[in-house]
Design a protein around this ligand. Structure first.
Ligand SMILES: Cc1ncc(COP(=O)(O)O)c(C=O)c1O
Length: 395
């Protein structure tokens, strides 16, 4: 096989396409989902309760409320936190749009602050500069699984009496100072989308130690209805709507899958760690390829292996992405910064150039394939593809 990359005339490193992420589903998990279909409830029922209890126990927290997606979890958390019109909520521009929707869905304004280019998470100093009289909360995002600066954000929130809502969609299964991600005040949310650390197909979870926040999220999840109405004790059908609620109920089929996936969480983490360690080693000597940062205070569960293509690599990120695709290796970019999107520009007057660190990091970002079912051969295909593209451009 010629060593020339496929984009420049060689044969691809593989014939079938390797995606950048995907679920891992066993026969036992399929059976668990089918069994759930025989239950009395195929909407939210006892299996959802069990899944919530298991996640709460895993995180070491009082309450876990299952919902239909990470986006729904952000929506309800924003509402429960009391965000609303006139409020400002500070968050990162280097994230998926749903992070900012913890603010926008409630009528609050998402206020972006720049990132720390080392960790790619919200920079606490930049956040301090964006605080004002209308700031109601901060939504840090644990990018790729790497925790945001949790100690400092807890201090900032305490000093300014702000709600902290952690977007931990990437980080389920990791720990910070020995505590599971999600155990930090006030609220955290997870996503169980297929490429995430565990999956329920679609799904999400809000976790909190705060009884009132949990009760509010529970009520909003299911139509904001009360079932025990004073004065109607002899009318068992009597339910009242207290406000504008939603139908964000997770189903028992999804929860059955989630429970089975939880049993495999440690195995998933081990495999993700192994793959990340192999990439770290394989790319250590490549100039112009920045591997993900190490984290001393945390044991992250890496959702993504996001590298940065820099000067010295030999080509830019766009050329690299297209060359990887020609090798049949799927890569992705997380994320086009939120202030580049028409919606945030139109509604909140954001424009390019406002968050230079996020923009500089974005210019080089590429997520390489990382998921537990990757074989060692898959991993080596990725390594070979990266190295041959680099060699081609630097020879
Ligand atoms: C950082 C982040 N926040 C929020 C979401 C939304 O999660 P979901 O797709 O479950 O709605 C995602 C995932 O897509 C995400 O990566």
């Amino acid at each position: 096989m010629t060593e020339s990359p496929a984009k420049y005339g060689g044969r691809p490193v593989r014939t079938d396409v390797l995606g950048y992420g995907r679920q891992s589903i066993t026969d036992a998990e399929k059976e668990a989902v089918v069994d759930a279909l025989d239950g009395d409830y195929i909407t939210r029922g006892p299996t959802v309760n069990q899944f919530e209890e298991r996640v709460a126990a895993h995180v070491g927290i009082d309450h876990a409320v299952a919902v239909t997606s990470g986006t729904a979890a952000l929506h309800l958390s924003g509402l429960a936190a009391g965000f609303g019109p006139g409020d400002e909520v500070v968050t990162t521009p280097l994230t998926f749009a749903s992070t900012a929707h913890a603010a926008t869905y409630t009528g609050a304004t998402p206020v972006f602050a720049d990132i720390d280019p080392e960790t790619r998470t919200l920079d606490p100093d930049a956040v301090r500069e964006r605080l004002g009289p209308d700031t109601a909360g901060i939504v840090p995002m644990h990018y790729a699984g790497y925790p945001a600066d949790i100690d400092v954000f807890l201090d900032i929130a305490d000093d300014h009496d702000l709600t902290l809502l952690w977007d931990a969609c990437h980080a389920f299964g990791g720990t910070w100072r020995g505590d599971p991600i999600g155990a930090q005040a006030d609220l955290s949310i997870f996503s169980f989308h297929p490429v995430k650390n565990i999956t329920t197909g679609e799904g999400g979870m809000v976790v909190t130690d705060d009884d009132e926040l949990a009760a509010r999220v529970r009520s909003l999840r299911t139509f904001d209805m009360s079932y025990d109405v004073p004065g109607h004790e002899d009318e068992p059908w009597y339910q009242v709507v207290d406000g504008v609620g939603y139908n964000y109920n997770m189903t028992d089929m999804q929860a059955a899958l989630g429970l089975a996936q939880l049993d495999r969480l440690s195995a998933f983490k081990r495999r993700r760690d192994e793959i990340a360690a192999r990439y770290d080693e394989a790319f250590a000597d490549i100039e112009g390829l920045r591997t993900p940062p190490n984290c001393e205070t945390a044991d992250p569960m890496y959702h993504l292996y996001a590298v940065e293509i820099r000067d010295g690599f030999g080509c830019d990120r766009t050329e690299f992405v297209n060359a990887m695709h020609a090798e049949n290796v799927g890569v992705q970019v997380h994320y086009v910064p939120l202030h580049y999107h028409p919606f945030f520009q139109r509604e909140y007057d954001y424009e390019r150039g406002m968050f230079p660190e996020a923009e500089r990091v974005y210019e080089g970002l590429v997520s390489l394939p990382l998921f537990p079912e990757m074989s060692d051969e898959d991993v080596e295909d990725v390594v070979r593809a990266v190295r041959r593209i680099h060699r081609h451009h630097t020879a």
